[in-house]
Design a protein around this ligand. Structure first.
Ligand code: CNA
Length: 256
């Protein structure tokens, strides 16, 4: 049974486990990923959408996409995969989660030690005066704007605090991520194609430190051949199985 093999592996690493997640953990919440056959990249050009220069020169292209694909994340609910990750942390089986996702769903599910290395849609800021805007404020401004661009009172363009191509990652989030990586002997990559750097190098750091890699992902990744275990299954089924097994073995875990 996949879940039993997985939990045995977590227990063998006694809480020195980092979980690394990508867009695939949120597809069961109705948020499309990038690189699956029906993902966002099958309909949009990535550089046009997320290139910083493009955003600065014609922000309406991003904002028109965001109206249907990013601001809709504000109403998304965490699914069984986010709940499983939060549960594993509360049981001290993992030390935290590093996510490439911007959708706030790990936070909503209760994950505490969380590094959102590609930022989050929770906030944005004006590129001219620096004023900070909440997600609801950005959403209201974009809905009332003829070209859908959220503009500050000062006239500046508001940019959601997500990382665009060509931007550095947030220093505080990346520091948190490296702290987790350096203290982990096992990294579990879930719902990510491991195609985006520097995040894709995190498993390589753990492997270089003589640690192990476990992958739970439907599609192929460039590190499949390096993994000790690979589960090519829908994450929502996998997570449900893990949670059921945890409920079944709860007294033994709680008494640790
Ligand atoms: P990706 O390259 O689209 O890879 C996603 C992977 O998840 C693919 O290999 C799929 O096969 C796999 N997958 C999808 N659904 C499932 C499922 N139900 N069960 C098992 N496997 C599944 O996305 P990455 O996260 O690797 O790429 C990093 C990008 C994606 C980051 O910059 C994110 O900001 C960006 N992104 C985030 C979101 C979000 O916040 N929810 C959505 C779309 C893209």
């Amino acid at each position: 049974m996949d879940s039993k093999i997985f939990l045995d592996k977590l227990k063998a690493h006694a809480g020195k486990v980092a979980i690394l997640t990508g867009a695939g953990v949120s597809t069961p919440s109705g948020i499309p990923d990038f690189r699956s056959p029906n993902g966002i990249y099958s309909k949009y050009d990535p550089e046009e959408l997320f290139g910083l220069d493009n955003f600065l020169s014609h922000p309406s292209y991003f904002y028109k996409f965001a109206a249907d694909n990013i601001f809709t994340m504000k109403d998304a609910k965490p699914n069984v995969v986010h709940h499983m990750v939060a549960k594993l942390e509360s049981l001290h089986l993992i030390n935290g989660v590093i996510t490439q996702n911007i959708d706030m769903l790990h936070k909503k599910a209760g994950s505490v030690n969380l590094a959102e290395v590609h930022g989050s849609i929770e906030k944005g800021h004006c590129l001219r005066c620096g004023r900070v805007y909440s997600l609801d404020e950005m959403y209201n401004l974009t809905s009332n704007s003829p070209d859908k661009v959220a503009r500050c009172e000062c006239g500046g363009i508001i940019k959601p605090d997500i990382i665009f191509f060509g931007e550095p990652l947030s220093e505080s989030e990346i520091e948190k991520a490296y702290a987790m990586i350096e203290s982990s002997t096992l990294i579990v990559a879930m719902g990510t194609s491991l195609a985006v750097y520097p995040v894709a190098s995190f498993p390589q750091i753990v492997l270089r430190n003589k640690g192990e890699l476990v992958i739970v992902n439907m599609g192929a990744t460039q590190l499949d051949s390096e993994a000790s275990l690979i589960f090519k299954v829908p994450l929502e089924h996998f997570a449900q199985e893990v949670l059921s097994l945890l409920a079944y073995t709860r007294p033994a875990l709680d008494s640790k």
